[in-house]
Design a protein around this ligand. Structure first.
Ligand SMILES: Nc1ncnc2c1ncn2[C@@H]1O[C@H](COP(=O)(O)OP(=O)(O)O)[C@@H](O)[C@H]1O
Ligand SMILES: [Mg+2]
Length: 305
């Protein structure tokens, strides 16, 4: 470290997810060519908390159920698990490394993976196994300094391996992975993206699926590099149905008579708002459903015309 070097503090990355911008400010110091980044290249999600905001809807339940089933097979130790079926397996060579879930923005992919993690965390605790989830968004990795992004990518996999033991299992949620790993055919793909892709593929190839699994999300399957698709299982994550969206909208509506309107009447209005938005060409999503509920709340309850 050069003591006299001017330091830039608060090196920040901007993580854009489906139009939502979350600032991830990493306290670090950038001093000439030396880099001291304190922030981890991922966020550890607490899987022991129950999410009271989550509503159970069949389409997302099916998706969560499949994920829990797959991870139970690879992470668990009981009869009928992967380690039971392949006790002698050299894990690095096993060609399955995880999933990429493809679905429209707001269809509950990210939340679905977290919920699968929470359920598995509870379930595998009975086998003495601790499940962890590292969330990796583009802002965690992308860095303007040459080589830094690759280094951060490498650290994700290193930490998954080294900061655990025989009783830990790590889910690596690469969120909106298309923004991280552009296709080599993509005109936006710069040289550094190629290097970052290679880093990712190299690490994925060495992954031991009975300890670490990739759960990636995307809403742009077509912009994913073929090398991603050849390593990870691409699976559709469907958007909620109209009826499910109406159920979700209900969580923003008071369950009592307000300004002469019953909850059922307000729910019906929210349903109409949803149908109106869909007819307008908006994609079905949890977000749209919640917005419709809030629109009714603002108009009917707050009285905003
Ligand atoms: N089952 C659910 N109940 C209530 N809200 C949900 C549910 N699933 C997702 N959401 C909410 O809907 C929004 C979009 O979900 P998200 O998982 O971010 O979608 P995606 O990752 O597919 O873009 C988020 O605000 C999320 O918290
Ligand atoms: Mg998402």
């Amino acid at each position: 470290m050069h003591d006299s070097a001017p330091c830039i503090e608060d090196v920040s990355g901007v993580y854009v997810s489906d139009g939502e911008v979350n600032q991830i400010v990493e306290r670090g110091a950038l001093c000439r060519t030396d880099m001291a980044f304190d922030g981890a290249p991922y966020t550890t999600i607490d899987l022991s908390e129950i999410d009271t905001q989550m509503k159970s809807v069949p389409t997302q339940e099916a998706f969560i159920g499949k994920m829990v089933g797959a991870m139970r097979y690879f992470f668990g130790r009981r009869d009928g698990s992967y380690s039971d079926h392949f006790p002698q397996q050299n894990d690095e060579n096993f060609p399955f490394k995880g999933f990429v879930f493809n679905g429209p923005p707001g269809s509950g992919k990210t939340e679905g993976v977290k919920e699968a993690g929470r359920r598995l965390h509870r379930e595998l605790a009975n086998e003495g196994i601790e499940v962890r989830l590292f969330l990796i968004g583009p802002g965690h990795i992308s860095h303007k300094n040459y080589g830094e992004s690759e280094q951060r990518m490498r650290r994700v996999f290193q930490d998954a391996r080294d900061k655990g033991n025989n009783n830990t299992r790590t889910i690596l949620l690469f969120d909106d992975v298309d923004t991280l790993l552009l296709s080599r055919d993509d005109s936006r793909a710069q040289e550094w993206t190629g290097a970052l892709n290679s880093e990712f593929f190299h690490a994925v190839d060495k992954l031991q699926t009975n300890h670490t699994m990739i759960m990636a999300t995307t809403n742009k399957e077509q912009s994913l590099d073929d090398a991603v698709k050849s390593r990870l299982w691409v699976e559709d994550a469907p958007a909620p149905t109209l009826d499910e969206m109406k159920t979700i909208a209900g969580s923003a509506i008071p369950m009592k008579i307000v300004n002469g309107k019953t909850p059922d009447e307000m729910l019906k209005l929210a349903g109409e708002r949803i149908e109106h938005h869909l007819a307008d060409g908006r994609d079905a999503s949890f977000r749209l459903a919640r917005m419709a509920g809030i629109e009714v709340l603002i108009r009917e309850v707050v009285g905003w015309e």
